[in-house]
Each structure stands twice: as structure tokens, then as C-alpha cells.
Design a protein around this ligand. Structure first.
Ligand SMILES: [Zn+2]
Length: 232
């Protein structure tokens, strides 16, 4: 399932494919592995005789669920359950991040050169950038105007060549992707932003709430870091 609805799967049944001390690999998973500035999901793996906590998930020759303790060797099937509150917070933050990155690119031609999402606050590094207080207020208002427009968020796969015709490669950081990558997972927000992204997102901007920019820091030559929170 590549559809945006796949981002809302909180529980799933799976089979253990591989195991070692401290981790298991499953035949399917709804856990998001850490990457792209979005933290890993956490949660539980439940089986007939007990359960273990998933404390982190990493993509390393497959998706490894790092667990506290061990799943007994006789267990083949289990149920995965995500910690939903932090995951939903990451989805809201990530969708807001795309809108903020898009607004800053459109208004100031500053690229997103780094970002880190957390459940309670997130940050984006922009370059080249030198924002005034007035710029930040303008950006915040613009972002909130867009978010409050109840814009649908869609996810699909597309050929890189199609995307290159339609969007500015610098907004989408297309020029930084290896040429060998031809198929991209595209996240589109209404008709205001389109960007390749492997992260998880909400289905509509009405779920993000208002964005508040509360800090601006200089991160060296031409680079500025903006930190934001979301109401709700
Ligand atoms: Zn993204």
C-alpha cells in the first residue's frame, strides 16, 4: 500500500523472517525506520507467550526492529503495535515541514539543507538565508494560511523524469539524489507543494494545527536554523 492511508496503520500481523540478539526482521512492518530527519517509531511486538518493546527501528540490509529482550525461538507469528501518539506527532510535524520548506523556497529561494523532526518541536536548516523578524512573521502567516486550507496530502510513486519537468530541482533536492534513483515516492500537498520523501504524513493539512516559529539561529555562513512547534 503506497497510499497515504498506509501511514495510519497502527497494528499489523507479521511473521519473523530473521532474528539475532536484540533484533528481529519481519515479513512486513508498519514501523517507520529512522531516516530522512524523522525519528524511528517505537512500540510493541506481541506474541502468544508474551511481548517485547521495540525501542528503535533501523534500515540496515532490511528493516531491523531493535527490541528489549528476546522473542522466544519457537515464536514465528506476532502482532506489531506502534506507539501512536509520537508517530502521529511526527506525521503532523513532517507535513508542516514540507509546507514551511516550500514557502521559504518560494519566497526567499532558500533551500532546505537539513531537518530534524521530533514529537514536540522540529527544525529546518535553510541556505542561503538571512531572515529578519519580519520575514519570519510573513513566513509563519503564509504557512498557517496554507495549512488552514484543508489541503489533501497524497503519496505516490513517479518517474524522476516526470518530476524534473514539473518542479524546481532545488526545492525537492533532486540534484542531490544519485542519478541511479529513477523511481521516487512523491508527497504532494494540495497543489502547493510536491517533494520526493520517504517519511510519514497526515492525510490533510487540517490535522497539523497552527505552526509557530519560536527560534532562529545562525548555523554558520549563509545557513539559518528555524525551530517550530505545532498547536493542538
Ligand atoms: Zn519529507
Amino acid at each position: 500500500m503506497r497510499d497515504i492511508e498506509a501511514n495510519y496503520i497502527r497494528e499489523f500481523d507479521a511473521r519473523i523472517m530473521e532474528r539475532a540478539q536484540g533484533w528481529v526482521m519481519l515479513d512486513r512492518t508498519a514501523f517507520y525506520p529512522v531516516g530522512g530527519g524523522q525519528p524511528s517509531d517505537t512500540g510493541r511486538l506481541i506474541f502468544e507467550s508474551g511481548e517485547v518493546r521495540v525501542r528503535e527501528v533501523q534500515k540496515r540490509a532490511g528493516v531491523r526492529h531493535l527490541i528489549d529482550g528476546e522473542v522466544p525461538p519457537h515464536v514465528g507469528f506476532l502482532r506489531g503495535i506502534l506507539d501512536w501518539a509520537p508517530r502521529l506527532a511526527h506525521m503532523r510535524m513532517h507535513t508542516a515541514q514540507h509546507v514551511l520548506s516550500g514557502v521559504v523556497f518560494d519566497g526567499y529561494k532558500a533551500r532546505t539543507v537539513g531537518n530534524q523532526i521530533h514529537a514536540d518541536h522540529s527544525r529546518i536548516d535553510f541556505a542561503p538565508a538571512a531572515f529578519s523578524e519580519h520575514d519570519l512573521k510573513t513566513v509563519e502567516d503564509k504557512v498557517n494560511g496554507l495549512l488552514s486550507g484543508n489541503l489533501p496530502v497524497t503519496v505516490r510513486e513517479e518517474d524522476r523524469s516526470m518530476l524534473e519537468k514539473r518542479i524546481d530541482a532545488r526545492r525537492a533536492n533532486l540534484d542531490l539524489l544519485p542519478r541511479s534513483v529513477r523511481r521516487l515516492r512523491i508527497v504532494e500537498i494540495g497543489d502547493i507543494d510536491m517533494c520526493p520523501c520517504g517519511g510519514t504524513h497526515v492525510r490533510n493539512t487540517s490535522e497539523t494545527g497552527r505552526l509557530n516559529i519560536f527560534r532562529r539561529e545562525s548555523k554558520g555562513k549563509d545557513t539559518e536554523r528555524i525551530t517550530y512547534t505545532l498547536d493542538k
